[in-house]
Design a protein around this ligand. Sequence first.
Ligand SMILES: *[C@@H]1O[C@H](CO)[C@@H](O)[C@H](O)[C@H]1NC(C)=O
Ligand SMILES: *[C@@H]1O[C@H](CO)[C@@H](O)[C@H](O)[C@H]1NC(C)=O
Ligand SMILES: *[C@@H]1O[C@H](CO)[C@@H](O)[C@H](O)[C@H]1NC(C)=O
Ligand SMILES: *[C@@H]1O[C@H](CO)[C@@H](O)[C@H](O)[C@H]1NC(C)=O
Length: 299
Amino acid sequence: MVAHRNIMLWLAALVILGSCAAQTPIVIWHGMGDSCCNPLSMGSIKSLIQKNINGVYVKSLEIGSNVAEDTENGFFMNVNKQIDMVCQQLANDKNLSNGYNAIGFSQGGQFLRAIAQKCPTPPMLNLISVGGQHQGVYGFPKCPGDNGTICNLVRKMLNYGVYVSFVQDNLVQAEYWQDPLNEEEYRAKSVFLADINQERPTKNMTYKENLLKLKNMVLVMFLQDTMVQPKESEWFGFYEPGQTEKLYNMTQSDLYKNDYLGLKTLYQSGRITFLSSDSDHLRFTDDWFINNIIKRFLV
Ligand SMILES: *[C@@H]1O[C@H](CO)[C@@H](O)[C@H](O)[C@H]1NC(C)=O
Ligand SMILES: *[C@@H]1O[C@H](CO)[C@@H](O)[C@H](O)[C@H]1NC(C)=O
Ligand SMILES: *[C@@H]1O[C@H](CO)[C@@H](O)[C@H](O)[C@H]1NC(C)=O
Ligand SMILES: *[C@@H]1O[C@H](CO)[C@@H](O)[C@H](O)[C@H]1NC(C)=O
């Protein structure tokens, strides 16, 4: 009888251990000019993660029904529409129902933050932003992943007028463009960034409530970044209004001080980690990724 009970206890312990050992799934969102499944970028990241975390489920987000659409949508599909699509994709994936860790590369970083703020189910546990532009960009020095056709069109649209409604509705990069010389127009007309950064007259406090559910928000800045202007946006810094030299950092930002997003609350409870890689945009090494991201936040 006693032996029988012991066996039952052992079995119960094994079941519990087994479920603990199930690795937290990971969702990744690629950057501009890239796609879900490029073997040289997201494909190799996915296999790097799976090599280091035995059996983990990795979902590399695809926006659209094939790789070409996915790449184009990274330029021309309204971000709010992309957020709605991804929100659905995550909710429909049973593998994620107990929660997931999110890694966003470049613009995927701010897009996944929008997911954290808007789509609490399934729960995002850790948000890792690798070169994401959380205060937007003011400059577009390079345009990756294209033969020139798309990039020329992007440039034409930006030059035509970043805050013109046709451009706002159709050009992803305009939707996180912050003009420090024209903050008023930015706040009034930016369809994406001004919204998720609580810069509208009315604040949506659900964004804060949801963001505060994160265990950690990890922000990676590339110290030699030649693509993001200013690179400090990757740590929630940006140009002070009215000029393009002087920068504020996260704790000096209005967004932090007013705490409309919960940044102050997160930071003061030790849940924001600033990391850097001494390289150009997204040019980290496998070792850097394993030691700073996988070992610290994903296992
Ligand atoms: C869920 O995860 C399992 C194991 O990794 C995988 O075989 C299956 O395809 C996944 N389901 C979906 C919807 O991707
Ligand atoms: C606030 O955000 C939540 C989450 O996206 C949304 O469901 C709600 O409609 C928003 N509220 C307002 C007033 O826009
Ligand atoms: C460049 O890419 C565009 C869009 O993907 C395509 O339509 C065009 O044929 C390409 N041009 C060249 C010269 O490869
Ligand atoms: C921002 O800069 C101020 C002044 O240099 C400094 O005290 C503060 O620690 C910085 N905040 C962060 C998050 O680095």
